[in-house]
Design a binder for this molecule. Structure first.
Ligand code: ADP
Ligand code: MG
Length: 639
């Protein structure tokens, strides 16, 4: 007997059972969604068949009308959801149904908190699609045959919600898949025609493929009963369509209720929670297309994986063509979900063709604009919702200025930053500008390794003293983002750890107070330091940047910052050598002590310490940490 003909019992991945129980536990409050999920899968299967049949029309066999049917057997206590879509081979059934929350189960379990409310939100992010059947069933049997395969290659897959499932070969004449739910005792009420119809209307009305159920025949009258023996032609109930079966995006906007948009969102996104916002547009003219794009309310767990599927489904004249049509949106908008239905592309379009299609380019430009408009509107009109979005997707939006040069000013307007204004405040560049000092002409910012390093940085000293706000950044990507932004709304963006400090008119106020500078003294001490450091530094100079610290390291205006340098080095890139400028605070006692020191060894220790502490406080690693410790100790034990 060949392997394919044998019954085989297999285990799920180890975590599956745990996940299954957790899911049932956390979603128990809305078991209704099982139907939506199974119909959504059936509809996807119909889409896939239609797509494959574009090239292989024989896949339709003699059954070209795609349909989903729901049957109830109240004696057996089962509900069966059948489709004549693409179906599954044995291997596909094992791979697709044998893995719960396919991407990242372990990761998911690791992030559980034990708090039911937040865990059930989490589970929504992972999506358990098919397994939601176990909300109402204690046993699920799937019978399926892949389109094009012979009847003898039918597959039966069954699972009782525990750690194992069984696959077996069956004969199956019908193409596609039947999911048979054996209802749990407390879910028997679902085997009710009226109830299922209302669930289909509520959750799956937007599904483009017809969802049918058997009509309900009037009860037999007494006359009929008497005539039973006479073998009268029995009335066979017919299937009737329950949903509207029109693709939602093809309907006029005004006819679509918010709830319908939300249900459609769940179908296309595989998300279990509502979307935050959407935009539905039909464009006619040089190009004809319809787009319906959604902003989710939370990040999927794999958002930062840049290789992961992006959200748009492509349809051409209502025929599903592909998931993840990445050509229609840039990477920094990869969190957007939805559909594009385009009339002007050939049905046999490939990813390669999409890549070089001018039509796609112009749709993409329009979609980007639309999404940025949506984000703008949310930011202006619903700041609380925008905050949620920013928390979920901010780090991804920050990829924008580097990726989408044409829109960088618009994207910059959507960014939010922590600031020295307050510990919890998040401000936009426009907020910053609105609060600038009268004579201030630059937007000051600082990038640090982490929040506390940034907020306590020596570079902030003079700004704190003068009460000038500085944006503080500590995301891995910030330096990269800022390297693509030179100005906003006509105001230059200035990294306060680079170049010579130029406070413009803001510096003048205190000039007279400090005019008792001792230039010769400072020159002498600067000379001393230069002599010791030699070519470790590009230069040594005095600064007004510091009010408390003795020294700091400053980068050239256009040099790569340490954050990015570290990332590049970690990625194995050879980096050109870069030398910082050491800036010293001539007022500081340590510098004064250095000025008065005549012993050569002590001078070398002091300068070495000065340099190393400046490096440390800039978040750098020391070249020779042991020497630093020795020097520090020599100084501490000095009598
Ligand atoms: P998702 O729909 O998010 O991919 P599901 O858990 O709902 O996840 O389904 C898992 C997979 O099982 C699907 O991706 C598909 O490959 C397969 N599948 C489920 N139902 C069907 C069906 N009715 N016909 C064909 N394949 C199906
Ligand atoms: Mg699904």
């Amino acid at each position: 007997m060949s392997e394919a003909a044998q019954a085989q019992t297999m285990g799920f991945q180890t975590e599956a059972k745990q996940l299954l129980h957790l899911m049932i536990h956390s979603m128990y409050s809305n078991p209704d969604i099982f139907l939506r999920e199974l119909i959504s899968n059936a509809s996807d299967a119909a889409d896939k068949l239609r797509f494959e049949a574009l090239e292989h029309s024989e896949l339709y066999e003699d059954d070209p009308d795609l349909v989903v049917r729901i049957d109830i057997d109240s004696d057996a206590n089962t509900i069966t959801i059948s489709d004549n879509g693409i179906g599954m081979s044995r291997d596909e059934a094992i791979a697709n149904l044998g893995t719960i929350a396919r991407s990242g189960t372990a990761e998911f379990l690791g992030s559980l908190s034990g708090d039911q409310k937040s865990d059930s939100q989490l589970i929504g992010q992972f999506g358990v699609g098919f397994y939601s059947g176990f909300l109402v069933a204690d046993k699920i049997v799937v019978e399926t045959r892949r389109a094009g395969a012979p009847a003898s290659e039918g597959v039966s897959w069954s699972c009782d919600g525990e750690a194992e499932f069984t696959v077996d070969a069956i004969d199956r004449k019908e193409r596609g898949t039947s999911v048979i739910l054996h209802l749990k005792d407390d879910a028997k009420d679902y085997a009710n025609d009226w109830r299922l119809r209302s669930l289909v209307k509520k959750y799956s009305d937007h599904i483009a493929v017809p969802v049918e159920m058997l009509e309900i025949l009037p009860p037999k009258s007494a006359d009929d009963k008497e005539n039973e023996d006479q073998e009268e032609a029995e009335i066979v109930p017919q299937y009737e369509r329950v949903n509207s079966a029109t693709a939602l995006w093809t309907r006029p906007r005004k006819d679509i209720k918010d709830e319908e948009y939300q249900e459609f969102y769940k179908h296309v996104s595989h998300d279990f929670q509502d979307a935050m916002s959407w935009s539905h547009n039909r464009v006619e003219g040089k190009l004809d297309y319809t787009s319906l794009v959604y902003i989710p309310a939370h990040a999927p767990h794999d958002l930062y994986n840049r290789d992961v599927a992006r959200g748009l489904k492509l349809y051409i004249q209502r025929t599903f063509i592909m998931d993840d049509a990445e050509q229609f949106l840039p990477l920094y908008l990869r969190f957007i979900k939805g559909v594009v239905d385009c009339a002007d592309l050939p049905l046999n379009v490939s990813r390669e063709i999409l890549q070089s299609s001018p039509a796609v380019d112009s749709i993409r430009a329009a979609l980007v604009k639309r999404v940025l408009d949506m984000l703008d509107t949310l930011a202006k009109e619903k700041p609380d919702e925008y905050k949620t979005i920013w928390e979920a997707f901010g780090a991804v939006l920050k990829e924008g200025p580097g990726e989408d040069f044409a829109n960088r000013e618009r994207i910059a307007g959507l960014l939010r930053f922590a600031t020295t204004r307050g510990d919890d405040a998040m401000v936009s560049l426009a907020d910053y500008i609105a609060a600038m000092k009268p004579d201030q002409d630059k937007i000051y910012y600082l990038v640090g390794d982490n929040e506390s390093a940034a907020r306590n940085s020596a570079y902030l000293e003079i700004f704190r003293k003068k009460g000038i706000e500085v944006l503080v950044m500590f995301d891995r990507i910030d330096e990269w983002t800022m390297s693509h932004l030179q100005e906003f709304d006509g105001k230059a963006l200035q990294d306060i750890s680079r170049g010579e400090l130029d406070l413009g008119k803001l510096a003048d106020e205190e000039k007279d107070e400090d005019s008792s500078d001792k230039p010769e003294d400072s020159d002498a001490v600067v000379g001393k330091i230069k002599e010791v450091l030699g070519d470790r530094v590009a230069d040594v100079r005095t600064t007004s940047r510091l009010t408390e610290s003795p020294a700091c390291l400053v980068l050239g205006q256009d040099e790569m910052g340490s954050q990015m340098r570290k990332i590049m080095e970690a990625a194995g890139q050879a980096m050109p050598e870069s030398k910082p400028v050491l800036e010293v605070n001539a007022e500081h006692v340590l510098i004064q002590r250095l000025r008065d020191e005549s012993d050569g060894d002590k001078t070398a220790d002091l300068v070495g310490l000065l340099y190393d502490q400046a490096a440390l406080s800039a978040g750098e690693q020391l070249d020779n940490p042991a020497l630093f410790v020795k020097r520090l100790n020599r100084l501490l034990f000095e009598t």
